[in-house]
Design a protein around this ligand. Structure first.
Ligand SMILES: CC(C)(COP(=O)(O)OP(=O)(O)OC[C@H]1O[C@@H](n2cnc3c(N)ncnc32)[C@H](O)[C@@H]1OP(=O)(O)O)[C@@H](O)C(=O)NCCC(=O)NCCS
Length: 173
């Protein structure tokens, strides 16, 4: 597994991964990511800006084929996190997508993200998850995340907040 920063050339690949994921989810009747949020232009701009800030990562195999992607930043959204929580040193994870044929990689990628956050002095790895997707909430809980709260926001679809500590005890990050 090779994890490297995305470049602007990866934007199209990331959008393809997102489309593949939404189509896969639709087969199970899950509407997550069925439409771009808040619209395609702003979504693409948001992803591009993350790439340009060096905050989007590509997970590739030895043949340089993309297996997954994830974005990590330290900006806490004041609509989601309280002032006290915002004061915590935390890393925020976005757009974690694992291609179907590489299903199972997510845990390893989140462990890498936790170690990275820990090395950078961030005590928490946090994520905001599709508000009513309880199957996905369970996935994060099974991966050691605690549910913080669920916000029902009219203008933001991912109001279920989760976090896990990046402190691995005696394990060397
Ligand atoms: C979530 C994800 C990154 C996990 O990857 P992974 O750790 O490699 O594990 P898998 O893909 O095998 O998924 C683990 C389980 O979660 C379920 N799951 C994954 N994404 C889900 C979603 N968005 N909604 C509901 N269930 C989901 C899978 O069906 C699977 O269930 P199973 O154990 O009963 O087979 C990957 O499934 C994915 O890219 N999902 C679509 C995009 C997504 O929802 N990303 C998270 C945004 S917060």
């Amino acid at each position: 597994m090779i994890i490297e920063r995305a470049t602007v050339e990866d934007l199209g690949v990331i959008l393809t991964l997102r489309t593949e994921a939404s189509e896969w989810l639709a087969q199970s009747g899950i509407d997550q990511w069925a439409v771009a949020w808040p619209n395609p232009e702003e979504q693409n701009q948001r992803i591009l800006a993350s790439i340009e800030r060096g905050e989007t990562w590509m997970v590739r195999n030895e043949d340089e084929a993309t297996m997954a992607t994830v974005a990590l930043d330290t900006w806490s959204d004041p609509r989601l996190w309280t002032p006290d929580e915002q004061a915590d040193p935390a890393m925020y994870m976005h757009r974690l997508i694992v291609r179907r044929k590489h299903a199972g990689l997510g845990t390893e990628i989140m462990d890498w993200a936790s170690h990275r956050a820990h090395r950078l002095g961030q005590h928490w790895l946090r994520i905001d998850v599709w508000t009513d997707n309880t199957g996905l909430h369970r996935y994060y809980e099974n991966n050691g995340f605690n549910h913080v709260r669920t916000l029902d926001l009219a203008d933001y679809p991912s109001g279920a907040l989760f976090q896990r500590s990046t402190d691995f005890g005696d394990e060397v990050p």
